[in-house]
Design a protein around this ligand. Structure first.
Ligand code: FES
Ligand code: FES
Length: 157
């Protein structure tokens, strides 16, 4: 089976496994985190054809032929995505375990709705939990990102 991840095609083993396991174990994409494993925390969020999905709930086969984006495809240490930069600038994390999921969900949100209200942000990010309770800073980071000129350049390239 071929998976299209971060713009590259990967041949992966086909027995029934979650997309989360395939990303981490076969492709070494450790930025996709495992939290609850039952679709409740959002730590494992990836974008599939632009939509945020819990990779712990998805069989890898279900994502075949779709565009999968993980945090590794969003930016790099040398060249952060504006959403990542906003999270960094606003201190929108403590342990950062939840951050890849929040960043990917924010990228999807801003693609769909470039100027979300506070309530729209809260609603869209409701499936992502932060055990460190960084919610106020996360909300601020999403608002900062939504107002940045840089974000308009990189979203929906
Ligand atoms: S690990 Fe997938 S939603 Fe929690
Ligand atoms: S920063 Fe620790 S879980 Fe969110």
């Amino acid at each position: 089976m071929i998976l299209n991840v971060n713009g590259s095609k990967h041949e992966v083993r086909t027995e029934t496994r979650t997309l989360l396991d395939v990303l981490r174990e076969d492709l070494g994409l450790m930025g996709t985190k495992e939290g609850c494993s039952v679709g409740m925390c959002g730590a494992c969020t990836v974008l599939v054809d632009g939509k945020p999905l819990s990779s712990c709930l998805l069989l890898a086969e279900q994502a075949a032929g779709m565009e999968i984006l993980t945090i590794e495809g969003v930016g790099s240490a040398e060249n952060l995505h504006p959403v990542q930069q906003a999270f960094l600038d606003e201190g929108a994390f403590q342990c950062a375990y939840c951050t890849p999921g929040f960043v990917l969900t924010t990228v999807a949100l801003l693609n769909e709705n470039p100027s979300p209200s506070d309530n729209e942000i809260r609603e869209y990010l409701a499936g992502n939990l932060c055990r460190c309770g960084s919610y106020q800073n996360i909300l601020r980071a999403v608002k900062v990102a939504s107002k940045s000129e840089a974000v308009k350049v990189v979203l929906k390239p």
